[in-house]
Design a binder for this molecule. Structure first.
Ligand code: SAM
Ligand code: SF4
Length: 340
């Protein structure tokens, strides 16, 4: 299908029908992962996307150049697990060299970070979000179905030793499971100068495990942290479109954030688009529809045609997800295949 070319509005910013400006692109570089977090992946065999359908780095870079021309300035690489993709540092270097990109970040489970931290840094990466839900080895194994706790801890240590200026930890908050982890993670972050971001469990597991009663909410975690560690002060939003609500401990040591997608959806501030590893464009984590750009990238599509698909995707963007509505329909892909 073709969409109207960008025409006279070629340089207009990506503003959707609800007035939201889009300058943030998340690229999933693979749907593969080396661990099996139960809220993201099934335990059994997985039908991964065929290698031939996965975008090559050159195709991702071209897409980014077009997106930058439409006002995108921030990129996050995610997956699946991005570090299972070969030579990720090369992609980072390619994207760092794109004029107009102001910020590149990586979300990783850190299992392979120890061996890659230095080359990622050398390629120009400065921002890392490391995903670990617990400092308890047994619970780590239970959640991820893999025994890689030590590797993750060594990955965090290595990233700090290499000197990444911004390291945050992402922790998924599942009720009746991770309550004992909330406070130790915050203490760990306070000791190491790492912000902990608690992410409410979202219905993305594709196995039907999610239930609203299994969501440990931001308010519940805030109460736990305040009682056990001390008062927290809300930090006024530096960027009101950032998904996390951030707090600092009143004693001045450490900060935390909550991504309260379920209890306090932030859709009205959303500035994000997503490109899947097989070249589909999505305007929301929970979108049902997606638009193909791989065909254009592979088979002679022009930059204008790619730009037209991006504009059309933004134009179609809905007001927000409906996790809390009766009629909620989970996205047709699981989290590891969309890119969190
Ligand atoms: N493998 C990398 C990782 O785990 O960070 C990157 C991809 S993962 C899909 C991106 C983020 O999604 C993770 O950091 C995790 O916090 C989050 N995530 C995965 N499944 C989730 C779920 N069902 N609800 C909330 N967050 C989830
Ligand atoms: Fe892998 Fe990340 Fe999904 Fe966990 S959350 S299974 S680490 S892709």
């Amino acid at each position: 299908m073709t969409y109207p070319g960008p025409g006279p509005i070629a340089n207009a910013p990506l503003i959707d029908t609800f007035g939201r400006l889009h300058d943030n692109l998340r690229i999933s570089v693979t749907d593969k992962c080396n661990i099996r977090c139960f809220y993201c992946m099934p335990e059994g065999p997985i039908n991964y996307i065929d290698h031939s359908e996965i975008l090559r780095y050159e195709e991702m870079e071209r897409f980014v150049r077009v997106a930058v021309g439409l006002g995108v300035t921030k990129i996050r690489l995610t997956g699946g697990e991005p570090l299972v993709r070969k030579d990720l540092d090369k992609l980072i270097a390619m994207l760092t060299a794109v004029p107009g990109i102001r910020d590149i970040a990586l979300t990783t489970n850190a299992v392979l970070l120890e061996q890659h931290a230095q080359s990622l840094y050398d390629a120009g990466l400065r921002r890392l979000n490391i995903h670990i839900d617990t400092l308890d080895r047994e619970r780590f194994h239970h959640i991820t179905r893999r025994d890689d706790f030590d590797k993750v801890m060594r990955g965090i240590e290595k990233a700090q030793a290499v000197g990444f200026p911004t390291i945050k930890i992402n922790a998924v908050a599942v009720k009746n499971l991770v309550e004992p982890d909330i406070v130790p993670l915050a203490r760990f972050g306070r000791e190491r100068g790492i912000e902990i971001r608690y992410i409410e469990f979202m219905p993305l597991d594709h196995q039907g495990l999610w239930d609203k009663r299994k969501v440990l909410t931001a308010d519940e975690m805030l109460a736990l942290l305040t009682n056990e560690i001390g008062p927290l002060e809300a930090i006024p939003d530096a960027d009101p479109r950032a998904p996390a609500t951030e707090y600092r401990f009143a004693d001045g040591i450490g900060r935390i954030g909550f991504i309260a997608s379920v209890s306090k959806p932030f859709c009205l501030n959303c500035n994000r688009l997503r490109l899947t590893s097989d070249g589909k464009l999505r305007y929301c984590l929970f979108a049902i529809e997606e638009m193909d750009v791989r065909e254009l990238l592979r088979n002679g599509g022009s930059d204008d045609e790619i730009a037209a698909v991006i504009r059309e995707n933004v134009r179609r963007k809905w007001i927000g997800h409906e996790i809390n509505a009766q009629k909620f329909i989970p996205p047709p892909r699981p989290m590891h295949s969309i890119g969190g």
